[in-house]
Design a protein around this ligand. Structure first.
Ligand code: E4P
Length: 221
């Protein structure tokens, strides 16, 4: 499973790259707004930082087909590794098809059902992004949808979208994603940090180090 970082914060991306845990980046308008920067500036800096082999998703703001295409062309020109994010609305599905035909890779976003993922995949989206945490927030099991989408894509050679497990908030989301074969998980920095943590690791390390320190004292090292 590849890890994308779900952020527009360059310090977080730098840290994840340093850990060797960043295979790409996804942004959205809210994440860019949080950084208080123009989307173009933020995305260009991120693309430069991660290098040409890591995709960076930049979302359109428009909600009508022609305007979406205009914005998609604009974003695709920011860097070679830009993937354009398009929301799963009727004009969005049409725009996914148009952009795919023009060779612009698309990440279909705001997917909350298997049917929506099917529409995006049929339109040729390079990535489909089912949102998990937001479904859990309203009492659904978001991962059920990801499991269904993974199964659906496996059934058809003609549907070539990769799944980006999005809105991942817990370690359990990530692990269930690996079990159903989600290709990518996009993680907020907090969720990435959660993956490192286990209380027994901290307790065990403290014990190993203190035992060894005692030995060194005893041997007069
Ligand atoms: C995905 O591309 C979205 O940016 C993201 O995963 C949304 O996550 P959230 O529900 O934590 O805002």
């Amino acid at each position: 499973m590849k890890f994308f970082l779900d952020t527009a914060n360059v310090d977080e991306i730098r840290q994840a790259l340093d850990w060797g845990l960043c295979d790409g980046v996804t942004t959205n308008p809210s994440l860019v707004a949080k950084e208080g920067r123009k989307m173009e500036d933020a995305v260009k800096e991120i693309c430069d930082l991660v290098g040409p082999d890591r995709p960076v998703s930049a979302e359109v703001i428009a909600v009508e087909h022609d305007a979406m295409i205009e914005e998609a062309l604009e974003r695709a020109a920011w860097a070679d590794n830009v993937v354009v994010k398009i929301p799963l609305i009727p004009d969005g599905v049409k725009a996914i098809k148009t952009c795919t035909g023009m060779g612009i890779p698309i990440n279909a976003t705001l997917i909350f059902s298997t049917g929506q993922a099917l529409l995006a995949a049929k339109a040729g989206a390079a990535y489909v992004s089912p949102f998990v945490g937001r479904q859990d927030d309203i009492g659904y099991d978001g991962m059920e949808g990801v499991e269904q989408i993974a199964q659906m894509l496996r059934m058809y050679d003609t549907l070539n979208s990769e799944i980006i497990l999005a809105s991942a908030r817990t370690v359990a989301h990530v692990i269930r994603g690996t079990q159903c074969g989600a290709h990518i998980c996009t993680l907020g920095f907090d969720t990435l940090q959660q993956l490192f943590k286990h209380p027994l690791t901290d307790i065990g390390l403290e014990k190993f180090l203190s035992d060894y320190r005692k030995l060194e004292e005893k041997l007069g090292a």
